[in-house]
Design a protein around this ligand. Structure first.
Ligand SMILES: [Zn+2]
Length: 51
């Protein structure tokens, strides 16, 4: 059993992590919208993510 942690580093330097990619997407979208007024797609976030 291995536990995957997904993480995304925003260009502003904030690093967001979550165990579930779907939940991480929600967090990153909220961060981008709230802090940068950016609308990110799931594809954008997949491209930014590392795990
Ligand atoms: Zn940011």
């Amino acid at each position: 059993m291995s536990q995957e942690i997904f993480s995304v580093e925003c260009p502003c330097g904030s690093v967001l992590t979550h165990e579930e990619f779907a939940a991480l997407v929600v967090e990153v979208q909220a961060h981008a919208k709230g802090n940068h007024n950016m609308d990110l797609t799931v594809e954008d976030i997949q491209n930014m993510a590392s795990n």
